[in-house]
Design a binder for this molecule. Structure first.
Ligand SMILES: NC(=O)c1ccc[n+]([C@@H]2O[C@H](COP(=O)([O-])OP(=O)(O)OC[C@H]3O[C@@H](n4cnc5c(N)ncnc54)[C@H](O)[C@@H]3O)[C@@H](O)[C@H]2O)c1
Length: 367
């Protein structure tokens, strides 16, 4: 069955994870990426889909292709150390693929932590670095704690607490705590009530977003994601009222101002298709504290929390990161659902890169 037939007959598609990853690699090779770059981008995007964060998965491809055509995204760039102050590294992402420069920035930080115990990595001017949990997991795989503050430089999708228009981006925060022989805890969220990409997925599906997440152009609450994509534009709201607002502002300052990147204001407001992220990552070797009971204390706490009697209608108490791992296991077995609108946009983007139909078709496992 060709992709077009599957869309016509069934609408949404269900993609096999490996077939999807191979397709995304081939797509970036066609665009001109090196094999390593194509693989890093494909691994990152498909992992976002696997963990259930479709907002940061393969649905980003059309936007990246547009950024490439507009000259905002540059292929085959590498993280460049702008300043080395020992436990503080300033790294320039030179508008290269975030999936490459963030990976390389984390590698630099991980290496440095081995001698310093802690390293603050300031990554600036990276093209979209996607799901931030990916970078925390990279650190956690090496047994390292990390926390990450990120801005979406120049983006005005989110309104301040008390404001009626967009003044900053969805500025994510992420933190991870590794565990010996077990999966790490990974807390990773946008400081907006929902990520911008989740509004895009809802818009493509033609469904509403949860109440409290959006305001329209008049500053009034709405559940229609259209206000994010068609004029007159509205804005997302921060999570947790003034608390999300405050965290979003700190994300902007730590990542955009401290690193020598840039923050969002009238002069830097985005006027093109690019998504530029700056990120402050603090990476810590737990052994540097010299405590011999860190693991035992962490496990005792997690066990204590999970032993809470369940609220009505609730089976599980999850630690951060567990919902993503469950979703990934399920999607690896049963496939990654992609709505028809998103898949159509991806196929169109692939076609503009001269990808033949025969290289697109294997993605569709079942309609
Ligand atoms: N690069 C960027 O510019 C950018 C901007 C914004 C967001 N993002 C990414 O978007 C993604 C989605 O963000 P989001 O705000 O939609 O995430 P979300 O609202 O789904 O929250 C996810 C976090 O909450 C935890 N969680 C979810 N359900 C839980 C439960 N029942 N019990 C305990 N913990 C639970 C998850 O493990 C995870 O840590 C993130 O990966 C983020 O990094 C990236």
């Amino acid at each position: 069955m060709t992709v077009q037939t599957a869309l016509k007959t069934h609408g949404d598609i269900l993609a096999d994870a490996q077939a999807l990853q191979d397709f995304v690699s081939r797509l970036w090779l066609k665009a001109g990426s090196s094999a390593r770059e194509a693989d890093l981008v494909a691994d990152h995007l498909v992992m976002a889909n696997l963990t259930g964060h479709d907002s940061h998965g393969v649905g980003m491809i059309p936007r990246y292709v547009k950024s490439l055509r507009d000259g905002v995204l540059t292929l085959n760039q590498h993280a460049a150390v702008a300043r080395d102050a020992g436990a503080v590294l300033t790294v320039d992402g030179v508008c290269g693929f975030g999936q490459v420069v963030a990976y390389e920035a984390m590698e630099l930080g991980i290496q440095r932590v081995r001698s310093t115990g802690i390293c603050a990595v300031g990554l600036r001017n990276a093209h979209h670095i996607g799901r931030i949990g990916h970078w925390a997991e990279q650190c956690a795989r090496q047994g390292l704690v990390s926390f990450h503050f990120v801005n979406v430089a120049g983006s005005v999708h989110v309104s301040p607490w008390g404001g009626t228009d967009g003044r900053f981006g969805t500025n994510p925060f992420c933190a991870a705590f590794p565990r010996k022989g077990k999966e790490p805890l990974v807390l990773d969220f946008a400081t907006s009530g929902i990520a911008q990409g989740k509004a895009r997925v809802a818009y493509n599906k033609g469904v509403e977003v949860p109440a409290g997440c959006l305001i329209d152009a008049q500053g009034q609450p709405t559940t229609n994601p259209r206000v994010m994509f068609e004029a007159p534009h509205g804005a997302l709201r921060t999570f947790g009222e003034h608390k999300g607002h405050g965290l979003a502002m700190m994300c902007e300052l730590f990542s955009g101002a401290l690193t020598g990147g840039y923050t969002t204001h009238a002069e830097t407001r985005v006027k093109n298709s690019g998504i530029i992220n700056c990120m402050l990552s603090v990476i810590i070797d737990p052994a540097a504290f010299g405590a011999d009971d860190t693991e035992a204390e962490a496990e005792a706490f997690i066990e204590w929390v999970k032993a809470s009697p369940r609220a009505a209608g609730t089976d599980h108490i999850f630690a951060p990161g567990e919902p993503e791992r469950l979703r990934a296991a399920e999607r690896r077995s049963h496939g990654i659902p992609i709505d028809a609108g998103t898949w159509r946009e991806i196929v169109t983007a692939a076609t503009t890169l001269n990808m033949p139909q025969s290289e697109i078709d294997p993605v569709v496992a079942q309609g």
